[in-house]
Design a protein around this ligand. Structure first.
Ligand code: NDP
Length: 311
């Protein structure tokens, strides 16, 4: 059975940064890239808020640069998906999608989170062409334009408020007759003249030639006063929650009720010796590439310290 000293699972900013640090520390890390090489950032287009790129950088280019940097320091990157883990005792056991079992002394979990989508075919069609699940990432491209945000929770209200600072108008599409966000967030949204809340409304589809130009929506679907109509929009933002990719670790590590891995204080330590969590899989709050990169660095530093204790 193959034995790996340090295994990094996930290839977003957290995984690659952990690999860069671990590689430079001489740990010869192995990275399993997972289902989405490059992580969530590769679902957006241009990144303008990653420090060091004053003119912005293409998201795929940024991730490919991080990948090369990790390889330069000796990280071995494999196209593998972990399907099952046994973290009951060290060395830890894992099984990959091709049925191979291996063991690792230390693991950095950097599997990220996935934004939830409504499941409309049009979301896929217009991804990166007007459909986004991150207002902080993509809002800037909608200055003085009209956008819609779907959701009625804290994220939706926060994103609608953020976008209202840039866009000329924001529709907030809420499926219930009320918002679920904290009172203060609700007030902020309701008092913002640029935000129009469409309660009891669902999205049926999107339309547009070379990008989103509008959405087909339905008010009170299935009720006698059901009304279907279109709204003209340039951007469609999903804010209906995220799902942390922690399923395969849940029998072992502690998570919150949504599945985000709980770490000790501000550290990446999970409480299991040698098992660390970095990036969005352990961060329900910030969800930023630069934050994930920082936590990847922390995890690698912790892993190095842990591996020294095994010598
Ligand atoms: P939530 O789960 O709180 O809210 C999701 C929203 O999306 C709900 O309004 C829900 O509607 C709606 N929704 C879900 N699925 C669909 C669907 N298929 N179609 C239409 N609407 C849908 O997620 P959030 O991301 O808003 O928040 C996650 C956690 O993070 C919460 O605990 C929140 O408090 C916290 N948070 C805190 C912030 C802060 O304190 N500043 C900022 C952001 C998040 P319905 O109500 O009908 O279920």
């Amino acid at each position: 059975m193959e034995h790996i000293k340090l295994l990094i699972i996930g290839s977003g900013p957290a995984g690659y940064t952990a690999a860069i640090y671990a590689g430079r520390a001489g740990l010869s890390p192995v990275i399993f890239e997972g289902l989405q090489p490059g992580g969530q950032l590769t679902t957006t287009t241009e990144i303008e808020n990653f420090p060091g790129f004053p003119q912005g950088i293409d998201a795929n280019e940024l991730m490919s640069q991080m990948r090369s940097q990790a390889e330069r320091f000796g990280a071995e990157i494999r196209s593998r998906i972990v399907e099952k883990t046994d973290l009951s005792k060290a060395p830890y056991h894992l099984w990959t999608d091709d049925g191979v079992e291996l063991e690792a002394d230390s693991i950095i979990i950097a599997t990220g989170a996935s934004a939830k989508y409504l499941g409309l075919a049009d979301e896929e069609k217009y991804k990166g062409m007007g459909v986004s699940a991150c207002a902080t990432c993509d809002g800037f491209f909608y200055r003085k334009k009209v956008v819609a945000v779907v959701g009625g929770g804290d994220t939706a209200c926060e994103e609608a408020t953020y976008l209202a600072g840039l866009a000329s108008k924001v529709y907030l599409i809420v499926r219930k007759p009320y918002l679920r966000a904290a009172q203060i967030m609700q007030e902020r949204v309701k008092q913002n003249p640029k935000i129009e809340i469409l309660f009891e409304t669902n999205t049926l589809g999107l339309f547009g030639e070379d990008g989103v130009e509008g959405a087909h929506v339905v008010y009170r679907k299935g009720e006698p006063d059901e009304r279907r109509y279109d709204i003209a929009i340039d951007g469609f933002f999903l804010a209906i929650g995220h799902r942390p990719n922690s399923e395969i670790f849940r029998p072992w590590v502690k998570t919150d009720e949504t599945g985000y891995i709980l770490t000790e204080g501000d550290s990446p330590r999970t409480g299991i010796p040698g098992i660390f969590a970095a990036g969005d899989v352990a961060d329900p709050h910030y969800r930023q590439g630069v934050v994930a990169a920082g936590s990847g660095a922390k995890a690698a530093i912790e892993a190095e310290k842990y591996l020294q204790t095994l010598k």
